[in-house]
Design a protein around this ligand. Structure first.
Ligand code: HMG
Ligand code: MG
Length: 305
């Protein structure tokens, strides 16, 4: 039985193939990325962030995005998303048959400059052009608000700053908006503070929580978001990841850990945890290191015993 104040069902967006892999130094072959995405598709994710059409000079690891999108085995109904910073990225994403375009802004001016080389106001102008093109082609549009709780360059970020970017992304037509803790510094009270503000301006059913786990607070932050009524969460298989423009930040919360939490709470996800554990072991072996998912490693160890 789900507790009455928690949702009965959530949507988990798997971001490992993009957020998880973008920061890897050694080039990961397209074969490995395709295999990972296909495994995640089979595990039952309704939405996979599969690629990023950004400048390969800025994020070299994502340079294989066109090839990866061409080779994955798509399951009907699954939404394959990709990051798009500008109209050039949009053209590439469109050609690659992306289902959902993700524009990514920030609540911090300093991070906006470091990550996409422009101010928040300039980014919204660029995104508005991408938004118009996305809608004209009948694709879904998602907006991310990075550094909603703290910034690696400017430090504290007021809750009002995230709320302001949410309104701007809403006004250019985003169907869904991610509240992102890029550097994993938030704690539950901060999360409630920001979520309560943004819910006033954007439907709660279309908001998502994107938590990195740098300070080990991600699951607590997800629980706090559940209590606020948020029903969409991003996570990364094996806890992969980090942002190239947020040094020291670790990966997203591990998908296996989130699924284990949801199972325990009686919240439906439609995803097969065992298959995700296998996908996590696969990508960890391919990268030559141990998964950082606590639940994933525990389940794999139990299986091997
Ligand atoms: P810029 O240097 O200001 O761009 O970068 P530009 O327009 O002057 O172009 C420079 C060069 O890049 C040109 O090539 C362009 O053609 C090329 P050159 O003439 O020098 O050969 N270029 C592109 N190539 C391919 N695809 C494109 C593209 N655009 C320009 N789309 C730009 C501006 C936005 C392009 C750059 O800053 C960029 O690509 N940034 C991306 C950074 C990034 O991907 N960061 C990680 C993702 S954000 C994140 O992880 C946070 C998130 O997970 C949420 C969270 O946790 O907070 C989403
Ligand atoms: Mg991220």
């Amino acid at each position: 039985m789900t507790k009455p104040n928690l949702p009965g069902k959530v949507r988990i967006v798997e971001v490992g193939p993009r957020d998880g892999l973008q920061n890897e130094q050694a080039t990961i072959p397209a074969d490995v990325k395709v295999e990972l995405i296909d495994r995640l598709t089979r595990a039952g994710f309704p939405n996979i962030e599969a690629a990023s059409f950004v400048s390969p000079k800025w994020v070299p690891q994502m340079a294989t995005s066109t090839e990866v999108m061409a080779r994955i085995q798509r399951k009907p109904g699954v939404v394959y998303s990709a990051l798009v910073p500008n109209i050039k990225g949009f053209e590439a994403a469109l050609a690659a048959r992306v289902d959902e375009v993700v524009i990514f802004g920030a609540a911090s001016e300093a991070f906006s400059q470091k990550n996409i080389n422009c101010s928040i106001a300039e980014s919204i102008e660029r995104f508005a052009e991408v938004a118009r093109a996305t809608k004209a082609h009948g694709l879904r549009l998602r907006g991310a608000v990075s550094c909603a709780f703290g910034c690696p360059y400017q430090g504290a970020v007021p809750a009002q700053a995230a709320a302001d970017v949410v309104r701007r992304l809403r006004d250019i037509g985003c169907d869904e908006i991610d509240i992102a803790d890029t550097i994993g510094v938030a704690t539950p009270n901060m999360v409630v503070d920001v979520m309560e503000q943004v819910i006033r301006d954007f439907p709660v059913s279309q908001l998502s929580g994107h938590f990195h786990d740098t300070y080990g607070q991600a699951l607590a932050n997800i629980y706090a978001s559940l209590e606020c009524g948020i029903t969409i969460y991003h996570s990364s298989v094996a806890g992969l990841g980090g942002c190239p423009y947020a040094k020291g930040a670790t990966g997203n919360v591990a998908t296996e850990d989130v699924l284990y939490l949801m199972q325990g709470l009686g919240i439906e996800t439609g995803i097969d945890l065992d298959q995700v554990v296998e996908a996590g072991q696969f990508i960890s072996a391919a990268l030559g290191r141990k998964s950082t998912s606590r639940a994933g490693n525990a389940i794999a160890a139990k299986r091997a015993a």
